[in-house]
Design a protein around this ligand. Structure first.
Ligand code: AMP
Length: 283
């Protein structure tokens, strides 16, 4: 694996490797690599000639300085994990490389309600920051396919919308959520939980499973309220939202009429660590 810190170096390497029409698979991450990231990398390796992974903690998608400075950073350990997976190139730029002073960072896309609800409501500007960095990374790497986890379902929807709006020549490949043995969705943020917090965190999965088990038999709004209450019963949890929405619009639904489009999404703070998760209720 070659590690590149500069855009021009990565592009030189990619040009040199791209004889004929080789495909590039791209896995953008913020590091603290775990099995969720690795599943995306494995898929990219299967489907492409070359796999590029990026590690960049993108400051413009954070709403809180504390969250940004506290985000786990472990580039050496990450590098080893990526070498084991035989990633071809790791792109690990610093903030000045991605956002040179004086360079404009704007992206004019209307996401409608997609970036206003759920995470968008609790983290204003977050998805704009995500869209800007992913668009920039796509422009640098020029991947044939890019791999994103369904764990960040709203982010995946935003990126699909951006790719369609800008007619970007990249296939977005959604990948399933990888979970710990007790059901907690893997996340770099899990590292920040205390042992006690980690133990109760799997209740998020428990409530999603409860919701799935009761979908169709309890009216939507009533089930949403019950699930939210169940989460809130745990004294360690501060629940930002628990919503049952249409996968296409991310807006709350009122009936179980289109089961294949229904997903439950939630965000819970545990000891100041914000965890998100979701589950399709009829798959
Ligand atoms: P992050 O480093 O958290 O920005 O995540 C980088 C990519 O890995 C995103 O596409 C995430 O959706 C994906 N990802 C994170 N956690 C998981 C997981 N538990 N299962 C599958 N994909 C994940």
């Amino acid at each position: 694996m070659k590690t590149l810190l500069h855009i021009s170096d990565l592009q030189k390497e990619l040009r040199a490797s791209l004889d004929g029409n080789k495909s590039i698979g791209f896995v953008p991450t913020m590091g603290a690599i775990h099995s969720g990231h690795i599943s995306l990398i494995k898929r990219s390796k299967q489907e492409n000639d070359i796999t590029v992974c990026s590690i960049f903690v993108n400051p413009i998608q954070f709403n809180s300085e504390v969250d940004l400075t506290g985000y786990p950073r472990m580039i050496e350990q990450d590098s080893k994990a990526l070498i084991r997976e035989e990633v071809d190139f790791l792109f690990a730029p610093d903030v000045v490389e991605m956002y040179p002073p004086g360079e404009e960072t704007q992206l004019d896309i209307d996401f409608g309600r997609l970036d206003k609800v759920m995470e968008g409501k609790h983290r204003p500007g977050h998805f704009k920051g995500v869209a800007i960095v992913v668009n920039k990374l796509f422009d640098i790497v020029k991947p044939s396919r890019a791999y994103f986890g369904s764990k960040d379902f709203q982010q995946l929807t935003i990126i699909q919308h951006m790719t369609e709006s800008l007619k970007l020549p990249v296939e977005i490949v959604p990948c399933k959520t990888i979970r710990e043995s007790d059901g907690l969705a893997m996340s770099s943020r899990n590292l920040k939980l205390t042992i006690g917090e980690r133990q109760v965190a799997s209740e998020i999965y428990g409530v999603l499973m409860f919701t799935k088990a009761n979908a169709d038999s309890i009216p939507v709004r009533k089930l949403q309220v019950i699930a939210q209450k169940r989460l809130a019963e745990n004294r360690a949890f501060q629940v930002d939202y628990f919503e049952i929405v249409d996968k296409r619009t991310l807006l709350p639904i009122n009936t179980w009429n289109e089961p294949e489009q229904i997903i439950a999404c939630t965000a819970v703070n545990i000891g100041g660590i914000r965890l998100i998760d979701n589950m399709e209720l009829f798959s």
